[in-house]
Design a binder for this molecule. Structure first.
Ligand code: ATP
Ligand code: MG
Length: 412
């Protein structure tokens, strides 16, 4: 993509009403624009990053046998009354009247609609298990939407739901999902802790949150180097106490961002909405259910909170909006021809490249490239006639290569 033909408008100053690092950098670098508190437009660069995150999640969901669906954001009141949640969710759910006075809510989560769909389709034990997920925008009337992509009122969620004959089957699949989340975060270069948190539904069962440690997080967690971790909302220990897992006096406290949360819901929704099946003796049984959330847009914001410096964003390779940022520095015909040639060669090798071919000063181009934060940078300059300069965004070191050796720098 030639930058001269691309829609990127960087801003010199961060908007004064945005205080979070992720919102400031993403707006200045041309990834997002704020429409209202908690609702952002994704610009071309932003869509590419968000799509890469969604794609990594989608691949892992497909790997664990789940199938993708897409449910509506518009939801009727009656199914939410079956579980008593229409009233409970009143503060957080956008609720309004449609034509004919019908009560409608915008989806905060999708247990009710998916159970409603499934109860018309599951009859026998042979119809189970079922694993379905979607990647869809959720709406929540959050009281404080001040942290950019970390807390949206309209935000992206991947929600997976699983349905089982037995509690044991649910428990086994829950562990499979947990491991798939570990893989997703590894691919994203994010270090996460798996944190025990309140189950919500059963008081004795924990749910598990995936938390990234950062001073800018809203959650507080207690953790130990051995991997044990609990959310402050349930913890009964203090900093310096013995860890209940490894017995060392090592409990630490940190702020963190919750990027995923998985729950065993048991038969709560199945009983409330009559999702049942006939077992192999012809006896009616209620289905066991699990739900597994992951926030692609919150993850995008978290990555920016974790990976940045004074000059801008530093994307991990897996979500960098473009694999390479090619900069042309110098405006004589010879240098431009050389950069054009490298651009064509990269494209021929399926390396997605953003080519800054604009007629702008080297200083401005380098500054913008730092702000945008593409992982790998190539520079064709009039100061270096024969060689191409190669630099990683996160490192100072520059190496020089002949054109024929450039492709090898990308693992294609
Ligand atoms: P929080 O406690 O931060 O409000 P939650 O526990 O209500 O979040 P879940 O219902 O567990 O969130 O949602 C699943 C995932 O969706 C979260 O782990 C997070 O990644 C994402 N998420 C939830 N709320 C938001 C939001 N307002 N903006 C962006 N992402 C969100
Ligand atoms: Mg949660």
């Amino acid at each position: 993509m030639r930058q001269s033909e691309y829609f990127i408008k960087t801003l010199k100053e961060a908007p004064t009403d945005e205080t979070s690092i992720n919102a400031q950098l993403l707006i200045r670098a041309g990834y997002i624009d704020k429409l209202l508190a908690g609702a952002y437009t994704y610009l071309p660069l932003g869509v590419r990053v968000l799509d890469k995150i969604k794609q990594i999640v989608r691949e892992e969901m497909n790997n664990i046998g789940a199938h993708e669906i897409l449910m509506p954001a518009l939801q009727p009141k009656n199914i939410w009354e079956e579980t008593d949640r229409w009233q409970q969710m009143k503060d957080i759910m956008f609720q309004f009247k449609g034509r004919g006075g019908i009560d409608i809510g915008l989806g905060t989560t999708h247990e009710e609609p998916i159970v409603d769909m499934l109860r018309k389709r599951v009859n026998s034990y042979r119809d189970l298990p079922v694993y379905l997920y979607q990647i869809q925008d959720k709406f929540r009337n959050e009281p404080r939407a001040k942290s950019g992509l970390l807390r949206g009122r309209e935000f992206s969620m991947k929600d997976l739901y699983s349905f089982h004959q037995t509690e044991q089957d649910l428990k086994d699949y829950y562990e499979v999902v947990k491991q798939s989340y570990v893989k997703i975060f590894q691919k994203l270069d994010m270090e996460v802790l798996i944190v025990e948190a309140s189950g919500g539904v059963f008081s004795k069962e924990y749910s598990h949150e995936f938390q990234v440690l950062t001073p800018n997080g809203e959650d507080t967690i207690y953790y130990c180097q051995c991997g044990w971790a609990q959310n402050k909302e349930i913890v009964k220990l203090k900093v310096g106490d013995d860890c209940p897992n490894c017995n060392q006096a090592s409990i630490q406290e940190s702020k963190a961002i919750e990027v995923g949360n998985i729950f065993k819901l048991g038969q709560k929704y199945a009983k409330a909405m009559n999702l049942s099946y006939l077992d192999d003796h012809g006896k009616k049984q209620y289905v066991y259910m699990g739900c597994y959330g992951f926030g692609p847009s919150r993850v995008m914001g978290s990555i920016v909170e974790l990976f940045n410096d004074a000059n801008g964003i530093i994307w991990p390779a897996a979500v960098s909006p473009w694999s390479a940022h090619l900069l042309l520095l110098g405006n004589d015909q010879e240098t431009r021809a050389k950069a054009d040639k490298l651009y064509a060669e990269l494209q021929a090798n399926n390396i997605d490249v953003l080519y800054d071919d604009r007629d702008e000063s080297p200083g401005l181009k380098l500054k913008e490239a730092d702000l945008i934060g593409i992982t790998k940078r190539l520079i064709v300059s009039d100061k270096n006639k024969d060689l191409i300069e190669y630099k990683l965004r996160q490192e100072e070191e520059i190496s020089k290569h002949a054109i024929k050796d450039i492709i090898k720098l990308f693992d294609v």
